[in-house]
Write a protein that binds this ligand. Structure first.
Ligand SMILES: Cc1ncc(COP(=O)(O)O)c(C=O)c1O
Length: 435
């Protein structure tokens, strides 16, 4: 075999990739530099990760300084000053009452950690029979066994169907093409879809259910925006039945929806929030699970010297990641990033919806600085058209993402209107060029 091709890329068409590799060697601000020198405008902020732009000088220097000061310290029974400081800042930013922060290294680990905390919480309160977990169709909570099981994207589940966690149900997804195509922002139709949670509760009895996990705005499945009132209704039903509500904010936290968290934007406070990506602006891998104080307190049982939760990662609270996170939090504050993103939202909305009527476009959805353009699949070749549009945009110097036939956009929090125009004009040309 060709050892230059030893790298098995994640979520990638590897055989096609190696015929024509796309390799980035540098980045600054809103642009990548490819290995052949091509400048590429990044319309996806990394992979939803880098809302502040690439190689932000404040984050780069914080990480450089940290690596020369403390590279790593033991993470069990000992920690480092950066992790303590970042936990405090994240808790301060989180909705009131969510005061405890458990660090992970990714969104997938955050999802599994949140599910385990939910189970441990109920058991600690003497309701150990509450073990059932509820996800939602089309949800994405990463690729580990817990997140995969509560996730609802068929392609992620198919091959592993036999080894899903037991005791998992899914409520209906929130999309109806007939009722909400080309909605701008939150659809007005569909609040009642939340009642599907009552169906699952009636089936199993609330006394057996630990938690519901949803993305406030579904990202990877292609930007499904919650109908007005839907999340509020989920909160009410969870409260009524003692079910913990987990918001997976791996994408939506840290400015992506024009607020520190989608919870704040929608005015719905979950019991647990999972994050990753924007926590460090993608500079060093890190995730965080932010937990309601009562949940933490319920677990603080037994002798003082006993470990309360048998869970953790070698790199939980890694000092380099924490230094990147602290610097990112400072930049979010200093650049007023969340408000800037909110102010940019109407410009983004106009720019993306201007593609209505272009070839193959059957829906356009947006919320915050998250956008999706759904294409009609080519008969007999689902996903091919989306992939070809992605390739054409790349050749034209703009990096977008396609999830099958849904084009996805996640511009920088400080994008300029001109950049947005360029992104969508490039997509327009690509749509006109593909069969
Ligand atoms: C909502 C959500 N949860 C979890 C994940 C998984 O994160 P990671 O790839 O860091 O494991 C993602 C990744 O896109 C995500 O969008």
């Amino acid at each position: 075999m060709n050892h230059d091709q030893a790298f098995w890329l994640p979520y990638t068409a590897n055989r096609a990739f190696w015929k024509s590799p796309r390799v980035i060697k540098a980045a600054r601000g809103h642009y990548y530099t490819a290995d052949d020198g091509q400048q590429l405008l990044d319309a996806f902020s990394g992979l939803w990760t880098s809302g502040l732009g690439h190689c932000h000088p404040a984050i780069v220097s914080a990480v450089q300084e940290q690596v020369a000061t403390l590279d790593y310290s033991m993470g069990f029974q000992v920690t480092n000053d950066r992790a303590i400081a970042l936990a405090r800042e994240v808790a301060d930013l989180a909705p009131a009452g969510l005061d405890r922060v458990f660090f992970t290294n990714s969104g997938s680990e955050s999802a599994d950690t949140a599910l385990k905390i939910a189970l441990a919480y109920h058991r600690a309160r003497g309701e150990g029979q509450r073990t059932r977990l509820i996800g939602r169709e089309r949800g994405y909570h990463g690729v580990n066994f817990g997140g995969m099981s509560v996730g609802g994207i068929p392609g992620n589940r198919k091959v592993f169907s036999a080894v899903m966690l037991p005791g998992v149900d899914h409520i209906r997804h929130t999309y109806s093409h007939a009722d909400m195509a080309f909605s701008r922002g939150q659809p007005t139709w569909g609040c009642d879809l939340a009642e599907d949670l009552e169906r699952v509760v009636a089936l199993h009895d609330a006394s057996n259910i630990a938690a519901l996990i949803v993305e406030p705005v579904s990202g990877s499945t292609g930007i499904l925006v919650p109908p007005i009132g839907y999340l509020q209704r989920l909160r009410e039903i969870c409260d009524k039945h003692g079910i913990l509500l987990i918001f997976d904010e791996v994408i939506t936290a840290f400015g992506r929806v024009g607020a520190p968290f989608a919870a704040a934007r929608f005015g719905v406070t979950p019991d647990i929030i999972t994050t990753a990506k924007g926590l460090t602006n993608g500079v060093v891998p890190m995730g965080a699970v932010i937990v309601r104080e009562e949940i933490y307190q319920a677990l603080m049982q037994g002798p003082d010297n006993a470990v309360e939760l048998f869970h953790g990662y070698t790199y939980s609270g890694h000092p380099l990641a924490a230094a990147a996170g602290l610097a990112a939090m400072k930049v979010y504050r200093e650049e007023d990033s969340f408000a800037r993103a909110l102010a940019l939202e109407p410009v983004f909305e106009e720019a993306i919806h201007a593609l209505k009527g272009e070839p193959h476009v059957i829906d356009i959805r947006n919320f915050g600085l998250m956008g999706g353009i759904e294409l009609a699949p080519r008969p007999g070749a689902p996903g091919a058209r989306g992939y070809e549009v992605f390739l054409k945009c790349f050749e034209a110097g703009v990096v977008i993402r396609n999830g099958g036939d849904i084009l996805q956009f996640s511009p920088f929090l400080d994008s300029t209107p001109d950049e947005l125009t360029r992104i969508f004009e490039t997509v327009r040309d690509a749509l006109r060029a593909v069969a």
